[in-house]
Design a protein around this ligand. Structure first.
Ligand SMILES: [Zn+2]
Length: 323
């Protein structure tokens, strides 16, 4: 019986697929009539086969459905792009008819391209929709601002461009880094990339403002104000991202850091630019215009320190328990 079972089990797949000889089929059926184990095994084989078949079919249906929707959305995108062409053509004709050359037409064109980047691109692009949408939106917004700057003969383009890039990088980059090509390129340096790009665009923005205003006062104060903020944000980022402390400890240290920063930042900046001021004074029972600033800073420092200590202590207790 035992040996028989093994032989039959070797034959079972052939039997299930109905590709064995008549003699083998006879043997298998004879055995199955007597052996419950092998009969159950055959049943399992059948249900597994069915499952594989069903799974393949489901995958096929989903693929067909996806490609159907892809085609549909591409068609809708093309139609919307066509609708966008109507105001563009109207403005082109009107601008040509009323002026010697095209001027404000380019503002209309760039505005509609900006709108289209948000509506048409996600429908039309077959892959990496989010990345394409964010990229073309940022580029067309810069184009729009550039065109307006040229039309109004302004000199402010670099200030606006760097602040748009700063804003877009802060809003879009965290999402963009999670899609296809950028994800492969950046790997697990996403946080670092967002921080670095924000720092670069911030520096570019301050530089552009400095060059635009040509104000000695701005050049003196801007770095002194920017540096402590940048350093604090970077320290917090490095603490959160690259240390192995527990979540509660990190939150506690950051909370205390915010309190200390709020308390000393103004004082530090004023001392650096040569203004002699004293540290904030705490008069908790006198609330006047002259005492609000000092009281608020003290309250911030005290509440952040208290919350920070609570978080750190609970972090240590929790860490101790885990060990
Ligand atoms: Zn058997």
């Amino acid at each position: 019986m035992k040996l028989n079972c093994n032989v039959i089990r070797d034959l079972l797949p052939l039997y299930a697929d109905q590709i064995c000889s008549d003699e083998s089929r006879g043997l298998v059926e004879e055995h199955l009539a007597e052996c419950e184990d092998c009969f159950t095994l055959l049943g399992q084989m059948h249900s597994m086969e069915l499952e594989t078949h069903l799974r393949a079919e489901t995958g096929d249906v989903l693929r067909r459905q996806a490609s159907f929707f892809k085609r549909k959305s591409a068609v809708i995108g093309a139609v919307i792009a066509g609708i966008f062409m109507i105001p563009i053509l109207v403005c082109l004709i009107v601008n040509l008819a009323t002026g010697a050359a095209l001027d404000w037409f380019f503002i209309v064109l760039a505005s509609l391209v900006t709108a289209a980047s948000l509506i048409v691109i996600p429908l039309v692009m077959p892959e990496n929709k989010l990345l394409w949408t964010m990229g073309t939106f940022t580029a067309s917004l810069l184009l729009l601002l550039g065109v307006i700057c040229i039309y109004t003969q302004g000199r402010w383009f670099f200030i606006v461009a760097s602040s748009v890039l700063l804003g877009c990088s802060v809003c879009f980059l965290p999402f963009a880094l999670y899609t296809g090509p950028l994800k492969r390129l950046i790997g697990n340096r996403k946080g670092l990339t967002v921080m670095a790009s924000a720092t670069v665009f911030f520096a570019l923005m301050m530089l552009s403002i400095g060059l635009y205003t040509k104000s000695a006062e701005f050049r003196r104060i801007a770095p002194v104000v920017s540096l402590p903020i940048l350093v604090s944000v970077w320290l917090m980022f490095l603490l959160i991202r690259y240390t192995k402390l527990g979540g509660l400890l990190k939150a506690g240290i950051c909370t205390m850091g915010i309190g200390v920063f709020g308390f000393f930042a103004d004082y530090f900046i004023n001392i650096c630019i040569g203004n002699r001021i004293s540290l904030p004074v705490f008069r908790p029972f006198i609330w006047r215009v002259s005492t609000i600033d000092g009281n608020a800073k003290w309250l911030l420092l005290l509440s952040c320190s208290l919350a920070g200590i609570i978080l750190i202590v609970s972090g240590i207790i929790k860490g101790g328990k885990r060990d």
